[in-house]
Write a protein that binds this ligand. Structure first.
Ligand code: MV4
Length: 448
């Protein structure tokens, strides 16, 4: 096992990794920008290193500084958290060249899944159902027309280098296609420096359901069930739950088994998430995330596993300690993302947090790096905490959410807490009847 791990991240996820390390008896190194000198992850770590000025590109994305911090402190491994360098194949390679273990999958697996066409081709070859679409990229409008005709309208044009919904365009008929194609290519080129696009059948009202996997890089892998992340605004998830209100145990076992088998064939190492759109009882692969995700606690709540400790164990060379039969699901869990934002406009609300009080009690978990007097810097994303509730049933979670949101105090900045209190009044939310468009439509109806 490692003796010292460097955590190349900040905020609640840096704390999450620190906690896993401390339970395993591993020493921790925090890194921070000058804007984060007073951050909680710096206070809680055994050691800390300042790695640069506030902009992320000069600090949390600064590979040379992070490698130096490892060498200065003698850290043997790096946990990247999510975001920042967590899905950067080049970073994983550079660490390897310095004999530092990247806690995560191989650079090769990261690179394959970062190219959306390669990812889809790989998934399909491994027996995972994919959205009907073009075989690879489409270079021009003539090729796009042929592909769209054979797929059938409506179609969606996506950037190969994309993700997070940028550079996507829907074409409902052949007349739309020319403009959609040109805008998608231009936006992809501008956003990712790569204008390549591909085409898929457009699914009108799917849910976003993702399967959590864990592998040891030695041919063993299990699935840990699914999360329903359909409630999103501008491709930002705000609410995630496990299980999905839309699935039964048979459907879960079937898609989970397919995905776990695929991960065994890839010799996948670490945690990963296979994202699907789900419509009319069918799953359609869209992307794979090769990192720990923000919403991993809902999976921890229903499986009893510590996903970060499992990441660290397999990174240190241990074989998976469990088989699929050992994974038992129990109850239901829901996560609400608490952002420092205006709950109606979603404008960021950085600044001094005069006082905080976190809810607690049975079935409540809060992951947050806030403390009273902390100044939320304006440079990074606005997630300031995650409220996770779990219970025997979904109905119990809803009661627990109402109760714990009413206890949650963050004075001095605006937060999304009131948004969740309002959502809990909606019958569709109470009944679990929502798709990927539900939240945007709700916000349109309810914005003055
Ligand atoms: C789609 C789709 C409909 N049909 N693909 C958006 C982000 C990217 N990860 C995939 N996305 C979508 N792909 C096909 N073939 C609709 C979306 C989509 C979406 C997906 C998940 C969650 C929220 C979404 C909001 C709008 C569009």
């Amino acid at each position: 096992m490692f003796e010292k791990i460097l955590i190349a991240n900040r905020g609640e996820i840096a704390l999450r990794v620190l906690r896993a390390c401390r339970e395993l008896g591993i020493h921790t190194v925090a890194v921070h920008s000058t804007a984060d000198a007073d951050a909680m992850h710096v206070k809680l770590a055994d050691e800390s290193v300042c790695i640069g000025p506030p902009p992320a590109k000069d600090s949390y994305l600064n590979v040379a500084s992070i490698v130096s911090a490892c060498e200065i402190t003698g850290a043997e491994a790096v946990h990247p958290g999510y975001g920042f360098l967590s899905e950067n194949a080049r970073f994983a390679e550079i660490l390897k060249e310095h004999d530092i273990k990247f806690i995560g999958p191989s650079a090769e697996n990261i690179r394959t899944m970062g190219d959306k066409i390669e990812a889809k081709r790989t998934a399909k070859a491994l027996g995972i159902p994919v959205v009907p679409g073009s075989e690879g990229g489409v270079a021009d409008i003539a090729e796009a027309r042929r592909a769209a005709k054979s797929i059938g309208y409506p179609v969606i044009i996506k950037a190969t280098a994309g993700g997070g919904g940028r550079g996507m365009k829907v074409a409902r008929n052949e007349d739309d296609l020319e403009i959609a194609m040109a805008t998608a290519q231009t936006e992809a080129k501008a956003a990712f420096g790569n204008g390549e696009v591909y085409i898929e059948k457009y699914l009108e009202k799917p849910r976003h359901i993702e399967i959590q996997v864990l592998g040891d890089g030695q041919g063993n892998a299990v699935h840990l069930g699914e999360r329903d992340c359909s409630l999103q605004r501008r491709h930002q998830k705000i609410w995630e739950e496990a299980h999905s209100p839309a699935l039964n145990a048979h459907q879960r076992d079937e898609i989970g088994a397919r995905v776990a088998k695929a991960m065994r064939e890839l010799s996948y190492e670490g945690v990963g998430t296979i994202e699907f759109l789900y419509e009319n009882d069918e799953f359609y692969f869209i992307e794979m995330n090769t990192r720990l995700q923000v919403e991993h606690p809902v999976t921890e709540a229903i499986t009893g596993l510590d996903l970060v400790q499992e990441q660290i164990r397999v990174a240190s060379g241990a074989k998976l300690a469990m088989t699929q039969e050992d994974i038992q699901f129990s109850g239901h869990a829901i996560e609400c993302r608490i952002n420092a934002e205006n709950p109606a406009t979603f404008a960021p609300s950085p600044g001094r947090v005069d006082s905080v009080h976190f809810p607690g009690g049975l079935g409540v978990r809060v992951d947050s790096a806030l403390y009273s007097g902390y100044r939320i810097p304006p440079y990074y994303d606005s997630l300031i905490g995650k409220l996770i509730v779990f219970g025997k049933t979904r109905a119990e979670c809803m009661m627990r959410l109402r109760r714990s949101l009413s206890e949650f105090v963050v004075d001095g900045v605006e937060t999304t807490i009131p948004l969740f209190q309002n959502l809990l009044l909606e019958n569709d939310i109470i009944d679990g009847h929502y798709d990927i468009h539900w939240l945007e439509k709700y916000l349109e109806r309810n914005t003055p």
